[in-house]
Design a protein around this ligand. Structure first.
Ligand SMILES: [Zn+2]
Length: 269
């Protein structure tokens, strides 16, 4: 009896597999030389990632990759080891298992969430504590392959940022609240055009998934939508951060000018 196996996604690049793919996600391979399996197993390039021990971004150099020439077909375990270019004792290790045509990443250090979160820390001041915690949870969950849960958190953050833009837009005399309430997410994004990053407006079709009830989405659909929603959130936050920096600069400029005038006044007296 032959049962047809469901098709598995093709292997991601070695860099993606190490740095963005959650543990235990399944990919298909076969024993042909040109299907990405060997490119992963014998990967000898650098990895550009956050080093938790340095506390900053670093380039990791390939060290000793552990693979064998034995059968690749059943229970074949191999690993990729890297060291931080700043300090050789800072290591990164990724462990893979190939078994009957399925390859999975079964372990890694540093953890995916530790690689993903540091880049997010800069958003803490504009997000506020509560939303920052939700963002951490969302990223933590997706690094464990939990799609729906991660998506719910991300969606809440996205919607609250859209709501902030609505509050600003609603101050304009031409604002049409009824049309906004009746609109789907893509329509709302268009109405908030002046208050949102251009990328979001141009790619608003990506966000139609946000008008769909979470209960009707599958784990896979949520995981697939995650990067686009996360990117949108980051772009909105980048804009807010820029605005905040601009305001800080303006305030300190105003203070210096006031101080200058003050000391000028004294000199004249
Ligand atoms: Zn380091």
């Amino acid at each position: 009896m032959t049962t047809k196996k469901p098709a598995l996604p093709a292997l991601p690049t070695a860099k993606e597999f190490c740095l963005t793919v959650p543990l235990y996600e399944k990919f298909g391979y076969d024993n042909e030389a040109d299907n990405g399996f060997f490119a992963l197993e014998q990967f000898e390039e650098t990895l550009d990632m956050h080093c938790p021990e340095c506390g900053q971004h670093s380039v990791f150099l390939p060290r000793k990759n552990n693979y064998s020439t034995n059968s690749h077909y059943t229970n074949y375990i191999f690993s990729l080891l890297f060291r931080c270019s700043r300090n050789a004792s800072h290591q990164a290790l990724f462990i893979f298992r190939a078994h009957r045509g399925v390859i999975q990443k079964i372990g890694q250090i540093p953890a995916l969430a530790d690689l993903a979160m540091p880049d997010m820390k800069k958003y803490r001041p504009v997000l506020g504590e509560e939303r920052f915690k939700e963002l951490s949870r969302a990223i933590g969950l997706t690094t464990h392959g939990v799609g729906v849960g991660a998506f719910v958190y991300l969606r809440r953050i996205f919607e609250s940022l859209i709501e902030e833009a609505r509050v600003r837009a609603a101050k304009e005399p031409s604002w049409d609240e009824q049309a906004y309430v009746a609109g789907r997410m893509a329509d709302r994004i268009v109405m908030l055009e002046r208050f949102l990053p251009p990328f979001l407006v141009e790619n608003r079709a990506l966000y139609s998934v946000l008008s769909v009830g979470v209960h009707t989405l599958s784990e896979e659909e949520c995981l697939a939508a995650f990067p686009a929603v996360r990117l949108a959130i980051e772009l909105i936050l980048d804009g807010l951060l820029e605005e905040r920096e601009r305001q800080t600069k303006l305030r300190s400029a105003a203070q210096s000018i006031a101080a200058l005038k003050g000391s000028g006044g004294k000199a004249d007296a």
